[in-house]
Design a protein around this ligand. Structure first.
Ligand SMILES: Cc1cc2nc3c(=O)[nH]c(=O)nc-3n(C[C@H](O)[C@H](O)[C@H](O)COP(=O)(O)OP(=O)(O)OC[C@H]3O[C@@H](n4cnc5c(N)ncnc54)[C@H](O)[C@@H]3O)c2cc1C
Length: 492
């Protein structure tokens, strides 16, 4: 099992990413003289980190040109392929990204896998600076026997499946079982539990894929256990997502009040977000619900529950050995207190029958190019304030810079900081002088290699096609899932 529990956000993560102090990026009129050349900058990855870095550079330098390279055919990274379909308000950030992409000084080049179609060294040749913002795409394996059995999936693949990530479109999870277990207690775990248990009519008007919606309509999953190695004080999800679970129609929460003994006193000293979250958990676990809620819970056909102090030890096979039928959990106890408390096995185990195991114990970045330093232990590119160590002119932002924690707002702050560092280095003369060819050089390389990039106006055509396909069903869009079909639509 991974040693670090993954989380998007928790309070101890905040001090690591402070917003740039007000006025710390002087206006470009003072900073860059009009006689200067056009800085050619490229950004690898078009998720929030890539777009926010580009936005900062364009806003604070009057002539900088930014090219965004993206391996998918479409932009926006996890805003499209991660954020849950029933959270459309979160996706509004794409409006800002679209404005950035439409700038005369910005260009999007999708369908280009950096590290395969073009090397980072080639980008560094062509540009004054290169920013790596390619996220944290690999899923952390559980490292336990039986992990390869059918019925065991990464939450990441499951999310990719309902969100239309092309590589996950054939996932076809078997939802014919009664019980699903999700390993990990972060917001992704709650997203997945919520999607599994939501009444189908709640998802009908979202941009969930039609195939996933059809499978969810047929689903027989009635119980979802969300399992964590540590206790209620260490959960990594946030209060908004927990509240949504508690209020999810047709479901009732199953919490063991014994898990919460003595917490009331312990949390008094905790920072406010942690205190409020724990209080909500405590109330739900220990207080008698109001009449209306009690009636709703009593008639609920589906249930979800939190299991604490349990670490996955083995996926148990069905009698024929052909699929998962349960999970053996090691009972743990905590050593230490608060965020840093460690779960250690007590020697006891518990077997939990289930037909679906979804692991949501974290993400990690991977190296994409041998010339870029990489910290395999932390799973990030080693950097100081966004400058990749020992490689002048190379920067990073987002999850590949600080690890897979933090919501979009956290990613925005850290991407602005990287943009600011880069512009300071440019002003201080630390980036290569003289003109650079930028995309002209890369376009020639790609064309020799048979790669046909997707421009932002190509994306806008695909976007329009998706929106029009969704119209009949009253959905914001029906996502295109097949890259070949997308290319055909663009006349390729
Ligand atoms: C399932 C899930 C749900 C989430 N829900 C929310 C939410 O509701 N609200 C919220 O605020 N935050 C949410 N988050 C967190 C949020 O998505 C992240 O904070 C943010 O996306 C990180 O941005 P990024 O740009 O670093 O990474 P990403 O969004 O992953 O973007 C990286 C981009 O780089 C591209 N790329 C990768 N490799 C290459 C390569 N070799 N060449 C070219 N391009 C490449 C990828 O295709 C991708 O487009 C969620 C995260 C997950 C995993």
């Amino acid at each position: 099992m991974a040693t670090r529990c993954w989380r998007w956000w928790h309070w101890s993560a905040w001090p690591r990413t402070r917003p740039p102090p007000a006025g710390s990026t002087p206006s470009f009129h003072r900073q860059f003289s009009t006689q200067e050349q056009t800085p050619q900058i490229c950004v690898v990855g078009s998720g929030p980190a890539g777009f926010y870095t580009a936005q900062h550079l364009l806003k604070h330098h009057p002539r900088a040109h930014v090219d965004l390279y993206e391996k998918q055919l479409v932009p926006f990274g996890l805003v499209r392929f991660g954020v849950a379909p029933d959270h459309p308000e979160v996706k509004n950030v794409v409006n800002t990204f679209t404005q950035t992409a439409r700038s005369q000084r910005c260009a999007f080049h999708g369908n280009v896998v950096v590290g395969r179609d073009v090397a980072v060294a080639e980008l560094r040749e062509a540009y004054h600076a290169v920013v790596l913002s390619y996220g944290a795409e690999a899923h952390r394996a559980l490292g336990i026997p039986g992990e390869e059995l059918p019925g065991v999936l990464s939450a990441r693949a499951f999310v990719g499946w309902y969100n239309g990530l092309p590589e996950n479109r054939e996932l076809a999870p078997d939802l014919s079982c009664d019980t699903a277990v999700i390993l990990g207690q972060g917001n992704v775990a709650l997203d997945v539990a919520r999607i599994l248990l939501s009444p189908a009519e709640h998802l009908e008007k979202t941009d969930i894929t039609e195939a996933a919606l059809a499978a969810l309509r047929q689903s027989r999953v009635k119980t979802v256990w969300i399992v964590g190695r540590r206790g209620p004080l260490q959960v990594a999800f946030t209060i908004k997502e927990l509240r949504e679970m508690i209020q999810l129609p047709g479901t009732r929460p199953v919490l063991d009040s014994a898990d919460f003994l003595g917490l009331q006193d312990t949390i008094k000293e905790a920072p406010r977000p942690r205190r409020r979250l724990t209080e909500l958990l405590l109330r739900t676990a220990t207080e008698k619900p109001a009449a209306e809620e009690a009636a709703r819970w009593a008639s609920a056909p589906r249930a979800w529950g939190l299991r604490f102090f349990r670490s996955p030890q083995q996926v148990l096979p069905s009698p024929g050995g052909d699929r998962a039928a349960g999970i053996r959990l090691a009972v743990t106890r905590l050593e230490g207190i608060g965020e840093t408390a460690r779960a250690v096995p007590t020697g006891d185990t518990e077997d939990l029958p289930c037909g679906l195991v979804l692991s949501s114990v974290g993400y990690k970045s991977c190296p994409i190019d041998p010339t870029v330093p990489f910290d395999p232990k932390l799973g990030v590119i080693p950097n100081t304030e966004g400058r990749v160590v020992d490689v002048p002119g190379l920067y990073c932002s987002g999850w590949v810079k600080r690890g897979p924690t933090g919501v979009i707002a956290t990613t925005m702050t850290d991407s602005f900081l990287t943009g600011q560092t880069l512009l300071r280095d440019l002003q201080a003369g630390l980036l290569p002088s003289g003109p650079r060819p930028g995309y002209a050089a890369i376009e020639a390389l790609l064309s020799r290699r048979g790669i046909q990039p997707i421009s932002f106006s190509d994306w806008e055509k695909l976007d329009a096609a998706e929106v029009s396909r969704g119209q009949a069903a009253g959905k914001p869009r029906e996502k295109l899932l097949d890259p070949q079909e997308m290319l055909r639509l663009l006349g390729r």
